[in-house]
Design a protein around this ligand. Structure first.
Ligand SMILES: *[C@@H]1O[C@H](CO)[C@@H](O)[C@H](O)[C@H]1NC(C)=O
Ligand SMILES: *[C@@H]1O[C@H](CO)[C@@H](O)[C@H](O)[C@H]1NC(C)=O
Ligand SMILES: *[C@@H]1O[C@H](CO)[C@@H](O)[C@H](O)[C@H]1NC(C)=O
Ligand SMILES: *[C@@H]1O[C@H](CO)[C@@H](O)[C@H](O)[C@H]1NC(C)=O
Ligand SMILES: *[C@@H]1O[C@H](CO)[C@@H](O)[C@H](O)[C@H]1NC(C)=O
Ligand SMILES: *[C@@H]1O[C@H](CO)[C@@H](O)[C@H](O)[C@H]1NC(C)=O
Length: 282
């Protein structure tokens, strides 16, 4: 057995132990709410992934757009590939971005589409080995509306951490996770979720978002708006935005891929421990 496949086997065993199925996962839209806000150059868009470890085999991809009503014209849009982007040590995991485009009064719609895997067991394999024929992606789209008007309440994310911080959600029942054989075809993830036919009802009101977490999201968005190359953001900035927080986070994208050539055995073992530690961290 090659070391990389040994690592993958260990990682698989570890993640299989760490997460049991069936598991209900939920995606919630936290902000903006169905409210009216003053024009702003920093509108937080906050989404929650609940039961974050069980989202991993679904390798979600989130797309969003903001459209002005009644024409539906796009004022902003974005997409985030969360195949490797969900931090499973945090549950719920909050994905947040901001829009600087909500400076004009009007009625708006935040439209989101969440794509997620839904795999089929290979009937001809004894080992759950999947290839592209058995990897499927399904998606769900919905929208929520809000308004921008002069004199309305200023955007205040921390104030949104009420007893019911989310207003809209979507739940999925992950019945099991299958081992993926050709991981290149599945964004290098080695598991793919199997979804039930019927999905549970979402419970967005059950989401927990305390004031500290909301404030920390707001601070991160402000810091990032302040350090943007051509900021349209006109609000106050922190004295010195810290640059160090995101630099060390890219290493988890497969230590194993680099292990094939000249590295010594000690390096291999360290990589293995780090890798297993990351996988086992949920
Ligand atoms: C996608 O999900 C919807 C909603 O659960 C379901 O009705 C539909 O059958 C699914 N499509 C595929 C191709 O699995
Ligand atoms: C809240 O949602 C309803 C239904 O989508 C919409 O008609 C209304 O304009 C929204 N309220 C605000 C303040 O955007
Ligand atoms: C869209 O969200 C609303 C609640 O905001 C919900 O009632 C509706 O069922 C959702 N539609 C889909 C297709 O999920
Ligand atoms: C999820 O699906 C499994 C298998 O079909 C079922 O036993 C379980 O009750 C479902 N869970 C929920 C919350 O619907
Ligand atoms: C997942 O795929 C199965 C068939 O393999 C289908 O019955 C089910 O409806 C799908 N569920 C979703 C949410 O896509
Ligand atoms: C995941 O979240 C934990 C706890 O908030 C944090 O310490 C860690 O740095 C995060 N990891 C990544 C890869 O962002």
């Amino acid at each position: 057995m090659h070391l990389p496949s040994l690592l993958q086997a260990l990682a698989w065993a570890c993640s299989a132990v760490a997460q049991t199925y069936p598991a209900t996962v939920e995606f919630d839209v936290v902000f903006p709410r169905n409210e009216t806000y003053a024009p702003t150059t920093l509108m937080p868009l906050v989404f929650a992934f609940r039961n974050s470890p069980a989202w991993i085999p679904l390798i979600p991809l989130l797309e969003w757009s903001i459209r002005i009503l009644p024409t539906g014209e796009f004022v902003d849009y974005g997409a985030t590939d969360l195949a490797w982007g969900i931090n499973t040590t945090t549950d719920p995991y909050f994905k947040f971005v901001s829009s600087q485009a909500l400076t004009v009064e009007g009625n708006y719609m935040l439209v989101w589409t969440l794509a997620y895997g839904n795999c089929t067991a290979d009937p001809y394999s004894d080992f759950e080995i999947l290839d592209i024929d058995y990897l499927h992606v399904n998606d769900t789209t919905n929208h929520t509306s809000f308004s921008i008007a002069k004199g309305a309440q200023a955007v205040d994310l921390a104030a949104a951490s009420s007893s019911c911080p989310a207003q809209q959600g979507m739940a999925l029942n992950v019945t099991t996770a299958l081992k993926v054989g050709v991981t290149e075809e599945w964004k290098r993830r080695d598991v793919c979720g199997v979804l039930a036919h019927q999905q549970p009802s979402p419970k967005p009101c059950a989401l927990q978002l305390d004031t500290a977490a909301a404030s920390s999201i707001a601070a991160a968005l402000t810091a990032s708006a302040c350090s943007a190359p051509h900021p349209r953001y006109t609000g106050p900035c922190p004295p010195k935005p810290t640059q160090s927080t995101s630099a060390g986070t890219r290493t988890r994208g497969f230590a194993t891929a680099r292990l094939t050539s000249s590295a010594g055995i000690a390096v291999l073992i360290i990589h293995a421990l780090v890798f297993i530690g990351l996988v086992c961290s949920f």
